[in-house]
Design a protein around this ligand. Structure first.
Ligand code: GTP
Ligand code: SPV
Ligand code: MN
Length: 584
């Protein structure tokens, strides 16, 4: 399938290490994929779902100990420890390779190695990049088929001499004690073992398109970000694009596919991407973004016809479900899909379940892998080789208190500071406690492939490149503010459109704002609240900036920044000092 000698040499080396019984090149043909689906069903790795109701759909259950990304076992291995920085686990590459080789040694004996060539980005785009993942999991192959442009198309893109990201995945015994997700940014290499779950093993996604790509972007002058990309068309037919970074399970897929409330008029949202954006400066002096992925690996729980109709529609054919519940009629269910739970189903662990069981039927981080082309609101620019131009960048997180519904930064550097000081309550997308507030700069804490201090500087530098004559404006949102009873104060979902409108009006200089110490906040009358049942007191609180609360944030920010030492950019320190002065 290829004569690229770099590929063939590397493959021989990895075969010698893992010693598979068979090696199968994945060409991406339907015939080959169908054979793999059948094999997956015959071994129990996949369960075929109701062909009438969910054509081409399958269910997969992972091991109970293997249901989310494992951040404590994820490493960035650079020659110098400082290059990985204080927010990443680090080990010297030679030491890590030696340790992992013992785990990989002979690990594919009696198994088949699949050679999965794939492109991140549209085929033929100057911004796309090729990876090859060697894996012994059919589930991985079938997911990569949905999430990337996979098969011969990628080898054609690579050509005789092209370079690629070398990805090795071995399931081994799914032993959590020997689970490692390891990036070697200096070698364009990713090694993952002892997992078979999502972001740990679909190596094109977080490992390549964020950790490795963020490092590439740092070296080459572009950015790889944990961002959705959406296009918004207003009643006048004007179209603008926005990218938004929220931490895992904090609403990117939902915002990317939002359906505007009808009362607002003829607005339309189209999805370019729901998780990752590769961003460059275009010839017109704006930032342009592509979505390197071809599908959505979305959070199932909470996805319903009401909250995210478009995502749900996308899952109705050719979709792989992971760790959701199996209904008696061969369909699937998860908490929040319908108001009423099915009277009986098989839960994500494969056990009998009824509403009286007192447990969750679907795992909180259960997911669907759906082809982007299934999405009713997929953007016509989804495959555009140059991507789309950004008018605004939005940061956001889950904050029960402090952060107002929306605010705008004063300028680029302040916007970078707002992103750098992002904090959010942890979710089920990663193992460990949930609901704990932690700093998650630009939603990239688990995904930045180099020193976060250098990453902050890279953000500042990008904004000041002379070619970037028309940078996007930077905002912060919080859909998750809660009242004293713990209820969400803002309805969220489709109603977030009201906030997007204010953001784009600000970009156009159409509306005024109130200046506060943390940035520009909407004046109540400038938010279109038509048809929304929200009282004045709630709205006031949603838009309030409590100086005392923000003053109380300062020590935490300072402590967080202190770990970067002299890698903390002066531009960030200046912003911190300025905020402190404004809060006096
Ligand atoms: P990853 O795929 O992990 O990166 O997650 P994501 O950022 O795409 O999050 P997603 O859109 O899947 O949302 C995660 C959870 O947040 C789901 O349970 C949603 O129902 C919930 N959610 C999303 N948007 C809103 C909102 O506006 N308000 C509230 N209250 N919940 C929301
Ligand atoms: C996330 O956790 O941000 C995800 C899911 O998008 S995973 O691919 O598992 O990283
Ligand atoms: Mn994500």
């Amino acid at each position: 399938m290829t004569t690229n000698q770099k590929v063939l040499t590397w493959l021989e080396e990895m075969k010698a290490l893992t010693q598979p019984d068979n090696v199968v090149w994945i060409d991406g043909s339907e015939a080959q994929l169908n054979a793999l689906r059948e094999e997956g069903v015959s071994t129990g790795e996949l369960i075929k779902l109701n062909e009438e109701k969910l054509p081409g759909c399958y269910l997969h259950r992972t091991a109970e100990n293997d249901v989310a990304r494992v951040e404590d076992r994820t490493f960035i291995c650079t020659t110098k420890r400082e290059d990985a920085g204080p927010t990443n686990n680090w080990m010297a590459p030679a030491e890590m390779y030696a340790m992992l080789k013992e785990i990989y040694n002979g690990s594919m004996k009696g198994r088949t190695m699949y050679v999965v060539p794939y492109i991140m980005g549209p085929a033929g785009s100057p911004f796309s990049k090729v990876g090859i993942e060697l894996t012994d999991s059919i589930y991985v192959v079938l997911n990569m088929n949905i999430m990337t442009r996979m098969g011969q198309i990628a080898l054609d893109e690579l050509g005789e001499n092209g370079d690629f990201v070398k990805c090795l995945h071995a399931k081994c015994d799914v032993d959590p004690e020997k689970r490692y997700i390891v990036q070697f940014p200096e070698d364009n290499t990713i090694w993952s073992c002892n997992s078979a779950y999502g972001g740990n093993v679909l190596l094109g996604k977080k490992c390549f398109a964020l950790r490795i790509a963020s490092y590439m972007g740092y070296k080459e002058g572009w950015m790889a970000e944990h961002m959705l990309i959406l296009g918004l068309t207003n009643p006048a037919g004007e179209k603008k694009y926005v990218a938004a970074a929220f931490p895992s399970a904090c609403g990117k897929t939902n915002l990317a596919m939002l359906i505007p409330p009808e009362v607002l008029g003829d607005y339309k949202i189209e999805t370019v991407g729901d998780d990752i954006a590769w961003i460059r400066i275009g010839e017109d002096g704006r930032l342009w973004a592509i979505n390197p992925e071809a599908g959505f690996f979305g959070v199932a729980p909470g996805t319903s016809e009401k909250t995210n109709y478009n995502a749900l529609e996308a899952t109705k054919k050719n979709t792989i479900f992971t760790n959701v519940a199996l209904c008696d009629d061969g369909t699937v269910w998860w908490e929040g899909l319908t108001k009423e739970a099915p009277a009986h189903c098989i839960d994500w662990l494969g056990k009998e379940w009824t509403p009286e069981s007192g447990t969750k039927a679907a795992h909180p981080n259960s997911r669907f892998t759906a082809p982007a082309v299934n999405c009713p609101c997929i953007s016509p620019e989804f495959e555009a080789p140059k991507g789309v131009p950004l008018s605004a960048i939005i940061f956001g997180g889950r904050r029960a208190k402090s952060a107002p519904l929306v605010y705008q930064s004063f300028d680029w550097n302040h916007g970078v500071f707002v992103g750098a000081t992002m904090a959010s309550e942890t979710t089920a997308a990663a193992t460990g406690a949930t609901g704990v507030v932690r700093r998650d700069p630009m939603a990239m804490r688990p995904f930045c492939g180099y020193n976060m201090g250098d990453y902050f500087q890279h953000w500042i530098d990008m904004g000041h490149k002379p070619e970037l004559t028309n940078p996007p404006k930077i905002f912060h949102v919080n859909w998750f503010r809660r009242d004293d009873e713990g209820n969400f104060m803002w309805p969220g979902f489709g109603d977030n459109m009201r906030v997007l409108n204010w953001i784009l009006d600000r970009c156009d200089g159409k509306v005024d704002a109130a200046e506060t110490p943390i940035g520009y906040v909407p004046k109540k009358e400038d938010l279109n609240l038509a048809g929304l049942d929200i009282d004045d007191k709630t709205l006031t609180e949603l838009l309030s900036v409590d100086k005392d609360v923000w003053r109380a944030e300062l020590p935490g920010i300072k402590e967080y920044f202190s770990q970067f030492g002299d890698k903390l950019p002066a531009g960030i320190q200046e912003q911190l000092d300025a905020l402190e002065a404004r809060l006096k």
